[in-house]
Design a protein around this ligand. Structure first.
Ligand SMILES: Cc1ncc(COP(=O)(O)O)c(C=O)c1O
Length: 372
């Protein structure tokens, strides 16, 4: 059946159309200068992004997966080490641990769908080298300060997977600034989306930033000398120019997302069978940026079909499975009851700044209709 969509889950062409002239001019400018690799646009974006996050350094790389791979490698994670993280995440968080020959160790999630920090200390062993908290759906883990304290006491580094949390804050500190490094994604659907893949590592540690800069560029420093084994994980200069332009409007777009989340919260609270993410608050510990609006819905598949029949597109994050539930990955012995139960009910409603008030009201009306 062909669906006549009233609310798309995401609308890339619309985003382009709304600022077509500006984007075309930026692309024309970069192309006419032939400034493709490691150009001044990249340096400018890195400076502005570091300022935005509240970090001393930002290094643009090819994607968040590479940001995490390089960060773990630069932190010395390798064979025999253990890295603590969650399974309510994209496979990228865990695959980089495995690619370095280390072992992922999972903890379950808390009520806000992020790492349950209270469980972390019980899985630390002498082999634990790093913790990757995943700041999912635009929210920093609750008790992030406790996690920082645990890591400090045990001499373990924190590498944040902040792919989904650009601009999110906890007690006034923005995502990416709690540990040795923060890793960001500029995948097109992200809060700050490039026109392709891109990512960044942020850190306050100058030597670490220098190392990431070399690792992303075949081990080179400023010249042609090779200082260490590296890779090619550079961010394209063209992406950097686009991202720098979009960064200037990011705070306004985040505010917009929070307004939509507030309307979802007000419209959908109190329905039996539905659990909502924490609402946006102004003066609390958390400043959430709502990369996604992920609800926990009884009858999730029926709700998704009902909404589809009514022209509303939804999505189930990562096909409805935690990383440990993909049998081909060989993590089958892992049991995470809260994560597994969550994935059985998780559904993402459309949430992006271009949504109109009418569209948001329509989604609210249809979800309410489904639950009678
Ligand atoms: C939580 C999380 N971690 C990591 C990634 C990987 O980011 P990238 O696609 O930029 O490598 C994503 C992107 O989808 C993500 O959502």
């Amino acid at each position: 059946m062909t669906v006549r969509w009233k609310v798309r889950f995401f609308d890339y062409p619309l985003q382009f159309r709304l600022q077509e002239e500006e984007y075309t001019e930026i692309i024309r400018d970069v192309l006419s200068r032939g400034a493709f690799i490691l150009g001044e646009d990249l340096e400018r974006f890195e400076k502005h992004f570091a300022e935005f996050v509240g970090s001393r350094f930002a290094v643009g790389v090819s994607c968040c997966t590479d940001a995490m791979l390089l960060s773990l490698y630069a932190a010395g994670v390798g064979p025999g080490d253990e890295v603590i993280s969650v399974s309510h995440t994209f496979v990228a968080t865990i695959e980089v641990i495995r690619f370095l020959g280390a072992e992922p160790v999972f903890v379950d999630i808390a009520d806000d769908h992020n790492m349950d920090v209270d469980l972390v200390e019980s899985v630390i062993t002498p082999k634990t080298k790093a913790i990757i908290p995943v700041q999912l759906n635009g929210r920093i883990c609750s008790k992030m300060d406790k996690l920082v304290d645990i890591a400090r006491r045990y001499g373990i580094v924190i590498i944040e997977d902040s792919a989904q949390a650009i601009g999110a804050a906890y007690r006034g500190k923005r995502a990416g600034t709690f540990g040795l490094a923060g890793c960001f994604s500029f995948y097109p659907a992200k809060l700050l989306g490039a026109f392709g893949d891109a990512g960044a590592v942020v850190t306050d540690d100058e030597a670490f930033a220098d190392k990431i800069r070399m690792l992303r560029n075949h081990g080179r420093g400023r010249g042609t000398d090779i200082n260490l084994w590296g890779l090619n994980c550079r961010m394209d200069n063209l992406h950097a120019a686009i991202l720098d332009f979009k960064l200037a409007g990011l705070d306004a777009r985040i505010k917009n997302r929070r307004d939509i989340a507030r309307r979802y919260h007000e419209g959908l609270s109190g329905l039996d069978g539905l659990r909502l993410p924490p609402p946006p608050v102004e003066d609390g510990d958390h400043y959430d940026v709502f990369q996604n609006y992920e609800i926990e819905a009884e009858g999730r598949d029926e709700l998704a079909s009902f909404l589809r029949r009514n022209g509303i597109e939804t999505a189930v994050q990562w096909g409805g499975k935690g990383v440990h539930q993909f049998s081909a990955l060989g993590l089958n012995g892992v049991s995470l009851p809260r994560t597994e139960s969550f994935f059985g009910k998780a559904l993402m409603l459309p949430l992006y700044p271009e949504l109109t008030e009418d569209q948001v009201s329509y989604v609210v009306r249809k979800v309410r209709e489904f639950y009678g």
